[in-house]
Structures are given as C-alpha cells and as structure tokens.
Design a protein around this ligand. Structure first.
Ligand code: ZN
Length: 290
C-alpha cells in the first residue's frame, strides 16, 4: 500500500483511444470502484443513486467518467458509442467543434480533458454529448440518450451549485432539467411512432448503478412533466399533467404482475401518481372557486 495508488479513485487506461472526428489520441480516465470506494446511499426521486463519502477516498461521483470526450475537438458520446459513430455523422461533428468548445467555455471557462476530471469536466461532458448526439443516426436512438444526458447534466450542475453556491449553477441545472423534460417527451413520441426505439438501448439508467429501462423512461417523463414541463398556458399545463398521470399509472396499474419491475421504482411511481393527482384536484377546485 505504499505505491501511491492505494488512495486513487481513477486511472488512465493503457489503451489509446483515437477520436474518429479529428484523429486526436488520448487515454480514457476510468474509475476504480472496489475496496469500499463506493458506498451506496439512497435512491432519490429522480432515480439518482446517492453515495456516501468514504473516510479513505472522500466523495466519489461515478457519473463524471461515463462520457468519453475528445480533448481536441470536444466530440463526446457515451463510452459504448464513441468509436462506433458512423462515417456519415463525421462531417457534422467536424463542423460542430467550434460551437462545442465555445458552449463549454461560456459556462465553465477553460477545461482540460487530458487531466483527471472534476465535477465541472463531468457536467460539461454531458453537455458535449447532448450536442454530439444531434449528429447520430436514428438506429443509435440518440433522442433518449439526449434525455439521459440532460438529466445527468442537471444533477452535476446541482452538485456544482452545492460546491459553489454563488455561481448560479442552479440556474443552469434548471435549464438542463427542462431539456430533459423535452427529450423524454420526444423519446416517447418517437418510440410510439416507430421513429426511434427506446428499448433497443441497452442501459437507460438514468444512473449507472441500475437500469430502470422503459419503465424508468415512463416514470421520468411524468416526473419531469410535473416539475419542469413546458407551460405555454394553463390548458396546456393541465393536459400535460393528465398525460403524466396516465403514464405513471401504467407502471403499477392494469392488474399486471409487478414481479419483474424493480420495487423502488414501483413505490416512487405510486408517490408520484398521488402528487400529480392532488395537483390536478387542486386545480379543479381553484377553477370551481373562480
Ligand atoms: Zn476529436
């Protein structure tokens, strides 16, 4: 334990990664999770797994390592997609390099993806993936991945807000929650119209520890519609809430055996249903009073 690696949380892969967009060569930062580094805490109502800091390793946030980012052109994608991007997407990704670099600089200043990542690099990695997935064809199901990336970006900007409460990162987090609401809605629409599959994506998270799959997408659509949905007018808002209520009811309703559904999701879906139903009732009472 005197080799200086005992307290390390990450390491740089020995295998070189070559960016398919600009040819930059780099080494991915990988996370070590064994030896009590990760102490799982609660699952919050956004299906995010919280971790307790360990005495030896401090606070660890596995989410900040899940996106591969090219340090040269800032092309970014979930690790499994990074090198698989088809050739037809490359011109768009090449053209987008300046706007990716500028988007990150505007919010977070200068970052260096050759160095070990901090929360800022992690948050920015999801913004970059969100932009890069615009160029991916439909068989990669980019829209639902943009939904997951938006939600994780919101989480990490909230973490940054806790670390530096005067920098307005909570405002940026809210922008990403709204983006997440938009993309989860669009992903369900695309799934239903056969435009892009949700179920073809292996890991839908939304966090790294467990895959809540399609049910998780239904739940998050309802949750985000309730808290961050578009509000053009009162009628539109109520209609969206009713849709959120019907959607979340599918998770525990219709007399289906719930054996294969993860228990925590079922409980959270019931709680969410009750909150939305109450909100709709309040609205109706207000209308009756008016
Ligand atoms: Zn690159």
């Amino acid at each position: 334990m005197t080799d200086g690696t005992a307290n390390r949380v990450t390491f740089f892969s020995k295998k070189e990664t070559v960016c398919p967009v600009d040819g930059s060569k780099f080494y991915r930062e990988e996370i070590l999770t064994g030896r009590g580094r990760l102490i799982a805490g609660d699952l919050n109502s956004e299906l995010r797994r919280l971790y307790e800091p360990s005495v030896k390793y401090g606070k660890i946030n596995p989410l900040i390592y899940a996106v591969t980012v090219c340090p040269g052109c800032y092309y970014a994608a979930l690790a499994a997609d990074f090198e698989k991007v088809p050739e037809s997407s490359l011109p768009e990704l090449e053209n987008g390099a300046d706007s990716r670099i500028e988007a990150v600089r505007k919010i977070l200043g200068e970052l260096d993806y050759h160095e070990p990542r901090d929360t800022a690099e992690g948050a920015a990695s999801y913004l970059l993936a969100l932009m890069s997935y615009d160029a991916f064809p439909k068989d990669f199901s980019p829209v639902v991945k943009q939904a997951v990336c938006s939600l994780r970006a919101a989480w990490l900007f909230n973490d940054m807000h806790s670390e530096s409460p005067t920098e307005n990162y909570d405002y940026i987090a809210r922008l990403f929650y709204r983006k997440a609401a938009f993309f989860y809605d669009l992903a369900l629409e695309y799934e239903q119209s056969g435009k892009q599959s949700i179920t073809a994506v292996g890991h839908l998270g939304p966090d790294l520890d467990q895959n809540y799959g399609y049910d998780g997408v239904l739940y998050l659509f309802s949750y985000l519609t309730l808290h961050y949905g578009a509000r053009e007018d009162e009628e539109h808002r109520q209609q969206a809430l009713r849709q959120a209520k019907t959607t979340v009811a599918k998770l525990f309703g219709m007399g289906k055996a719930s054996k294969q559904k993860p228990g925590p999701l079922l409980d959270k879906a019931r709680d969410l249903y009750a909150i939305i139903a109450e909100k709709l009732e309040d609205d109706e009472e207000e209308e009756a009073d008016a």
